[in-house]
Design a protein around this ligand. Structure first.
Ligand code: 5AD
Ligand code: SF4
Ligand code: FES
Length: 351
């Protein structure tokens, strides 16, 4: 699609036009990545972060957050619970740290998960900006997918949302390094950010295409009261952000066809069935939370995050029922490698 075509879809106003867009994207998903919904068990392993993003509830300067870090045993046991419960894929996510203690903790956890599951668990990591060497070590230890959101593909907007020592260029470099090393590459943005225009969002979709991402994880921006950006979000419009997020999922599906797209948890904060809406607008992945309930309230990137009291078992059953209620099937035991990645590899081999 041209930029103008993407923009005109994102700008649809009439309810029936928007519904037709979602239906079309859902059909397109069924045709291009199949009818099944893939589950990724999410383990939020630490809320300690060296970064200070102006929108995020666990930013370094938020002194009201009690910090936690899981130990290797806790991470491994969570992963093995997922393995026993039919998950073929998990995501390890945390605040950003680059010190050797952290890097080697992750390395050990990855190696143990790989060993105990006979290499059968597809592990995605989402641990921020790191050196090439660190990305290499984690790949060697067993990770195969990396999720690093660009947050916004517009460098000026990126600058407005981050302190001056955070760098758009470095984030972009990291994405290229990850791809170069052979990771399945996931990226994404926040939708409905202060200062963000619909043109910016259209550019984000073009960015996903250009960087040739295999997975997209994006969701609505939701203010967090203890952050500098929340001051500028007095006119936060939940309904608009939800609709814009669903439109972004639909247009990303139509544009990128064979990538995996997540219906993220933040959608559910804005609407009780937000994640189901995401699946019906073209997403094909959901991420049930596996984090121990004692840590969940501490991993609050935004206000109103759901599932704070529900344990791994409850979230699994809950999401299963939600997916079944749509008449959709869950792909158990299938890691669901993005078709886009397989095709990308084939293209490279033939070049
Ligand atoms: N609202 C929505 N998403 C947020 N993230 C961080 N803060 C917020 C917020 N206030 C997202 C960022 C980050 C991911 C881990 O969480 O996109 O990459
Ligand atoms: Fe840290 Fe990520 Fe939050 Fe930024 S968005 S402060 S890197 S956890
Ligand atoms: Fe966690 Fe519904 S997904 S309780």
């Amino acid at each position: 699609m041209t930029g103008a075509a993407i923009l005109s879809l994102l700008r649809l106003e009439k309810k029936e036009d928007i519904a037709a867009l979602y239906r079309h994207a859902h059909d397109f998903r069924l045709k291009n990545v199949g009818p099944k919904v893939y589950l990724r068990g999410l383990i939020e392993l630490s809320n300690t972060c060296v970064k200070n993003c102006l929108y995020c509830g666990i930013r370094r300067d938020n002194k009201s957050v009690q910090r936690f870090s899981m130990c290797v045993d806790e991470i491994r046991e969570s992963a093995l619970w997922a393995h026993r419960n039919g998950y073929a894929s998990i995501v390890l996510q945390s605040g950003e740290r680059a010190d050797e203690e952290f890097v080697s903790l992750i390395e050990t956890a990855l190696a143990q998960i790989s060993e105990k599951t006979g290499g059968k668990m597809a592990v995605t990591i989402s641990l921020g900006e790191q050196s090439r060497r660190t990305y290499e070590r984690w790949l060697k230890a067993g990770a195969r997918r990396y999720l690093l959101r660009i947050e916004t593909s517009n460098p000026q907007l990126y600058e407005k949302l981050h302190p001056s020592d955070h760098s758009f260029a470095e984030r972009l470099d990291c994405l290229h390094t990850l791809k170069d090393l052979g990771y399945q590459l996931g990226t994404g943005v926040m939708i409905g950010l202060p200062f963000q225009t619909v043109e910016n969002l259209a550019d984000d979709i073009i960015f996903f295409r250009k960087i040739d991402a295999d997975m997209i994880g994006m969701g609505p921006y939701i203010p967090h009261k203890d952050t500098p950006l929340a001051a500028g979000a007095a006119d936060f419009d939940a309904e608009r952000n939800l609709e814009l997020s669903l439109k972004m999922i639909a247009v990303a599906r139509l544009e990128l066809a064979d990538v995996n797209i997540a219906a993220t948890t933040a959608l559910q904060t804005l609407h009780p069935t937000g994640r189901e809406m995401g699946l019906l607008a073209g997403a094909n992945v959901v991420m049930p939370n596996l984090t121990d309930t004692k840590y969940r309230p501490l991993y609050k990137l935004y206000e109103g995050k759901p599932c704070l009291d529900e344990n791994a078992e409850m979230c699994r059953n809950c999401l299963e029922n939600r997916i079944k209620s749509l008449g959709e099937e869950i792909a158990y035991g299938d890691p669901g490698d993005p078709l886009h990645f397989r095709r990308r590899l084939r293209r490279q081999t033939y070049l």
